[in-house]
Design a protein around this ligand. Structure first.
Ligand code: FES
Length: 128
């Protein structure tokens, strides 16, 4: 199985590993087939994702995807972050082997759930 240089680089040097103290939103997604689980924490300031961290129990692709999507999410508005797809993440990583494309869904889904968690916690802020 061939991985891109970007996948290998993010796997070897993952960004934004860990968790945020008192995160504004937390999202978790798992794949029941392989058993991998990804959790994403977000900090939201003025409708923008100011910080983003991850904890992932999973394969090398899942680690690289976690690292990549946290980098992609930071600095984006909630609307922009919600629009990130699994294909966007895979593309930024220079592609994934076909049998690993399902891994990219974990990142997009976990980020979406973190944003939904934020929205559920702070509905008043959304009326702007
Ligand atoms: Fe399950 Fe990669 S094999 S997320």
């Amino acid at each position: 199985m061939l991985y891109s240089e970007q996948v290998m680089e993010h796997f070897m040097n993952p960004r934004n590993v860990g968790e945020l103290e008192n995160p504004d939103g937390v999202g978790q997604e798992g794949n029941p087939t392989c058993g991998d689980v990804m959790q994403i924490h977000i900090r939201v300031v003025d409708g923008t994702i100011a910080d983003c961290r991850f904890k992932t129990f999973g394969c090398g692709s899942a680690i690289a995807i976690s690292s990549q999507i946290t980098e992609m999410a930071k600095g984006k508005t909630l609307e922009e972050a919600l629009a990130i797809t699994k294909e966007d993440v895979a593309s930024q990583l220079g592609g994934l082997p076909p049998q690993k494309m399902h891994c990219s869904n974990l990142g997009a889904a976990a980020l979406r759930k973190a944003i939904e968690d934020y929205m559920a916690r702070r509905p008043a802020e959304l009326v702007q």
